[in-house]
Every structure is written in structure tokens, then in C-alpha cells.
Ligand binder design. Structure first.
Ligand code: S3P
Length: 446
């Protein structure tokens, strides 16, 4: 596929994008459904009694992995070829023992949340795995607390790496003080708590995204939240009833256009129907702190989640410091914020973001090494990046490392570079944003 400014070249080893900047980005767009909410809607729909309808589901590779696994566990999930999806639930405790290995693909959320469900379903054997990236990501963070609940889980390197084998059991409730602010750890234990008699409590050092809390309550689970201590308690066993879910646009996908419009002179973009749950809006706060011109309009609540339309125009950005409790609220936006920082005046320092090293790739190393190829001055810190702003970026040949957010962040950096940029393994975008290229073409002047 080729268009002015962007050529997509498929090959046997993946897809390459060649990007030549085309001036300002202008227009009104919508973005794909929220990835975190899509996973949870499929899983809760599968575990509930009765029918769940999902409107606006993300049709990316990660939710497809979740649908694939839960079909193998007995749920009837309609084809993911339209954003309207129906799930005929099997009922909590009724999962079938699958006849094959459950493959979570590239999706950490699928594997980690599902493990809490599998471990608490007695008398069935499950084996779970994923792609090479997922098989290298830490699973001890969920296996350890599940084992404290009495779970029977086996894996490579002291039960810390997938593939994992799980023999489901009746678990004991625990109070788990999680050492990391991770919605995946929290949600894994919340899912385990659904089947477990008594109170399962998870306390986090800072608040991570709360989509599970909102959706558990909507499906009828007994759940209590203490915002003061960042704690959530699930009292099981639960009775879940199928729901009508509406998935808002993913702010993590909107972030690419927020930064693109902020850094490309003359840009003026409206992004409609964006989820603006306060546990996810760190990116808006940091961009505003840097001087971005952002307005939220038509703020509303849709199916329990805050939603708004967002207007963003180009402006001169200033460097900033990004650290502390805001990090979990923008954890997936660090790569694209690094691009914004390069185009700002002055220095930006990102700290407390060591979690970035265990995402789909080591995102600190990936962004530092690839942006350096484009002439950026930035240094890797053990837990972040130190970025010198005011860079004049030059087109270069760069690599996504198979990481969707790295590939798309580099594509946005390319919009502010001189000459053309070649991005290898750009097909990774389909994990969370299958129509990224179409939206970019839509925003360029025709
Ligand atoms: C997610 C939580 C985050 C995030 C991931 C999705 C979720 O991971 O990076 O893309 O849906 O719960 P951690 O909870 O491990 O930080």
C-alpha cells in the first residue's frame, strides 16, 4: 500500500513503513476501542451467566488472543470481525478443561488475568504460553501471590516464566500488598478472588488503572474499594450476570495523535470518544504541563467509564519531569512522551519507570537506541530516560523490536524529521491499533 508520505511494504519477515513527513495533521478522527477494557469485557462475559454484548471492542491481535483462549475454555464468542461482539457466558466455575495449550500470543494482559481465573477453577489442568516476547516476561509477580492463595502452578525458572502449567484448585483468600502498581497483578488476583470464598484484598503502592473494579461491580461482583490505601477487596464466591458493555476509544492510542498534533506545526485535531478514566489520563496532564493546547469537550459517562472528545493543536512544548505516582497512570505512554520531549525546549527527565523494561520489549532501551539513530540526544537511566529537547531529527532506518507502541511512537517521531524514516517490523501495530496507517493518511492534507 502506498500513499503520499507513507509506503507500507509487506515482506516475509514483517511489514516495513517508509514515512516522509507531509505537513500538518488536521481533521476529526476516532480511535480503536480500549485494549484493557476489551480484554476484561471478554473475560467477564465468558465467566458470567447469560449473554454479554460488547460494543466498540478493539479488533486488535491482543483481544483476539483473549477470545481464542476463552473459546477453548468453552465460551461462545462471536467472530471478531465487527466491533459488536456477543459472548454467551459459561457461568463462573464452569470453565471446560481445554484439549490444547492456551496461547496468549503477545498479550501480557490475557495471560496474567487468565491465570487468576484458571488457578481458581478446581480439578482441571491448563497449560498457558505466549510468543517469544511474552515467554520472556516476568510471571513470578502473579504466580507468587497465587501460590500464597494455594494455587498449583509450575513454570520455567522457578515458576517465573511461561509456559506455565496450572492445576486448578479451591484457593484461600489473602491480603496481598503488591510491591508494584500493576493493574495486571491486581486484576489477576481479583479474578482469582471471584471463585474464592472470603475476602481477597490487594493493596498497591500507587493506584493503577481501575477498569477491573468498575466492570466487576457492573457484572454484580461484591467489591469494595479503599482509595486512601489503594486497596480493593473482592468477596467471593461471586454471581456474575451478563451485561451490555460499551468500550470507549483507547487513550493509549489517542496519545499518538495527541503528541503528533502537539509537535507538528499547523496541526489541529479532534479525537472523538476517548476514554478519560482518571487512572489513565497521566498523558493529558503531562502534555498540558509541557504547554500543549488540549481541550476536553462533551465529557460524559458511558457504561461506567468517563469519556470525552479531545481537541489538540500544535504549540511550543517545554521539557518537564515525569516521575512518581503519575507513572502507572501513563505507563504505556512513556515511549510517545519521549518523542514529545525531544521536540520540546529544554530537558525532560523520566524516572520511576523501570517497569518499561519488562513490557512487550525493553521500551527504555528500544526508544533510546532507535531515537538516537534519528539524531536524538537522550540517555538511558536505570529507571527512565534523560532527554535533551530541541532536537532536529533526521530520517533513519529504525526497528520496532516487534513492540506495537515502539513502532507507532517512531512513526510519530518520523513526522517531525527531515527526510524519510524506515520502520521495520511495523506490523506490530496490529496488536492494539490495526488501522493506524489509515488514520495517519486521513489526517494528512489530501
Ligand atoms: C494493563 C496494565 C498495564 C499496561 C498494559 C495493560 C491492563 O500493565 O501496561 O498494557 O490491561 O491491566 P501493568 O499492569 O503490568 O503495568
Amino acid at each position: 500500500m502506498s500513499a503520499d508520505g507513507l509506503t507500507v511494504c509487506p515482506s516475509e519477515t514483517g511489514t516495513t513503513w517508509v514515512i516522509q513527513p507531509q505537513g500538518p495533521l488536521q481533521g476529526t478522527i476516532t480511535i480503536p476501542g480500549d485494549k484493557s477494557i476489551s480484554h476484561r469485557a471478554l473475560m467477564l462475559g465468558a465467566l458470567a451467566s447469560g449473554k454479554t454484548t460488547i460494543q466498540g471492542l478493539l479488533l486488535g491481535e491482543d483481544p483476539r488472543s483473549t477470545a481464542h483462549c476463552f473459546r477453548a475454555l468453552g465460551a461462545d464468542i462471536s467472530e471478531l470481525n465487527t466491533e459488536q461482539v456477543q459472548v454467551q457466558g459459561i457461568g463462573l466455575g464452569q470453565l471446560q478443561e481445554p484439549t490444547t495449550v492456551l496461547d496468549a500470543g503477545n498479550s501480557g494482559t490475557t495471560l496474567r488475568l487468565m491465570l487468576g481465573i484458571l488457578a481458581s477453577h478446581p480439578d482441571r489442568l491448563f497449560t498457558v504460553t505466549g510468543d517469544a516476547s511474552l515467554r520472556s516476561r516476568p510471571m513470578g509477580r502473579i504466580v507468587k501471590p497465587l501460590q500464597q492463595m494455594g494455587a498449583d502452578i509450575w513454570g520455567r525458572q522457578g515458576d517465573t516464566l511461561a509456559p506455565l502449567a496450572v492445576r486448578g484448585r479451591r484457593l484461600q483468600p489473602i491480603h496481598y500488598p503488591s510491591p508494584i502498581a500493576s493493574a495486571q497483578v491486581k486484576s489477576c488476583l481479583m479474578f482469582a478472588g471471584l471463585m474464592t470464598e472470603g475476602q481477597t484484598t490487594i493493596t498497591e503502592p500507587a493506584l493503577s488503572r481501575d477498569h477491573s473494579e468498575r466492570m466487576f461491580a457492573a457484572f454484580g461482583a461484591d467489591i469494595a474499594i479503599d482509595p486512601e490505601t489503594c486497596s480493593v477487596t473482592v468477596t467471593g464466591p461471586a454471581q456474575l450476570q451478563g451485561q451490555a458493555i460499551i468500550v470507549p476509544g483507547d487513550i493509549s492510542s489517542a496519545a499518538f495523535w495527541l503528541v503528533a498534533a502537539a509537535i507538528v506545526p499547523g496541526s489541529d485535531v479532534w479525537i472523538e470518544n476517548v476514554g478519560v478514566n482518571p487512572t489513565r489520563t497521566g498523558v493529558l496532564e503531562v502534555l498540558e504541563q509541557m504547554g500543549a493546547k488540549i481541550t476536553l469537550a462533551h465529557q460524559r459517562t458511558v457504561a461506567g467509564e468517563p469519556v470525552a472528545d479531545i481537541h489538540i493543536q500544535h504549540s511550543l512544548l517545554q521539557g518537564t519531569i515525569i516521575e512518581g505516582p503519575v507513572i502507572p497512570r501513563l505507563v504505556d505512554e512513556v515511549p510517545i512522551l519521549a518523542v514529545a520531549a525531544l521536540c520540546a525546549q529544554g530537558q525532560t527527565i523520566i524516572r520511576d519507570a523501570e517497569e518499561l523494561r519488562v513490557k512487550e520489549s525493553d521500551r527504555l532501551t528500544a526508544m533510546a537506541t532507535q531515537l538516537q539513530k534519528m539524531g536524538a540526544q537522550l540517555t538511558e537511566l536505570p529507571d527512565g530516560l534523560e532527554i535533551q529537547g530541541g532536537a532536529s531529527l533526521q530520517g533513519a532506518e529504525v526497528e520496532s523490536f516487534g513492540d506495537h507502541r515502539v513502532g507507532m511512537s517512531l512513526a510519530i517521531a518520523a513526522l517531525n524529521a527531515t527526510g524519510s524514516t524506515t520502520i521495520h517490523r511495523a506490523e506490530a501495530a496490529s496488536i492494539s491499533y490495526p488501522n493506524f496507517v489509515t488514520t495517519l493518511q486521513q489526517l494528512w492534507p489530501s
